[in-house]
Ligand binder design. Sequence first.
Ligand SMILES: Cc1cc2nc3c(=O)[nH]c(=O)nc-3n(C[C@H](O)[C@H](O)[C@H](O)COP(=O)(O)OP(=O)(O)OC[C@H]3O[C@@H](n4cnc5c(N)ncnc54)[C@H](O)[C@@H]3O)c2cc1C
Length: 182
Amino acid sequence: MYSAATRHRPGEPLEFHVKRVPGGLGSNYMCSLRPGDRVVGSGPYGKMQMRDRSKNLLFVAGGSGMAPIKGLLEELFAVSYDYEAWFFYGARSVRDLYLVEYWREMERKHGNFHFIPSLSDRDPAEPWNGEEGYIADVAARHFERFDGMDAYLCGPPILIQTTLKVLYQGGLRSSNIFYDEF
Ligand SMILES: Cc1cc2nc3c(=O)[nH]c(=O)nc-3n(C[C@H](O)[C@H](O)[C@H](O)COP(=O)(O)OP(=O)(O)OC[C@H]3O[C@@H](n4cnc5c(N)ncnc54)[C@H](O)[C@@H]3O)c2cc1C
């Protein structure tokens, strides 16, 4: 199962972010595709869809979990959005980060969008002047309380579990949290 990284636009290409898993059938098949290859798929099946737009929104992802969050954020900013949106993105090291310029451009276009990447295992030789640490801890450092927000999370189980803990401690209820774990 792979998440669309683009908002739903009938007739337009779909974008996927696939992490190649050594020996994995599905991910290696996806990564072996070449321009012009014919692919048959079905969907959508996920529950990651934009809910209430009339509030501040928090997005947290790690690794290829960026994919559905990108689709949601594209949908959010496709029409006017009057609140604040924060996207906390966790990667291990600088070389694991991607689409940084895409998100910086989105910040320039939308003053109410904030991209906060963090590295959890930075090679000291890599130049970096951003956040460091696990993304759940970074979100906790930015917000004492999450009341009034909705949160969308996507990434590996450890990221989901640690972020849920931080959100619950900050007063958010499960009915305001939507996530895909993979
Ligand atoms: C809701 C959800 C969303 C996900 N979104 C992403 C994402 O955006 N990016 C990402 O990197 N990972 C995503 N994953 C994880 C992904 O589905 C796989 O678990 C992961 O890629 C493991 O790699 P694998 O190579 O072992 O995949 P596999 O478990 O081998 O296969 C992954 C998918 O490909 C299908 N598949 C396998 N072989 C074939 C074949 N020969 N022909 C056709 N289909 C086949 C499987 O049915 C399965 O749906 C998501 C998981 C979930 C539950």
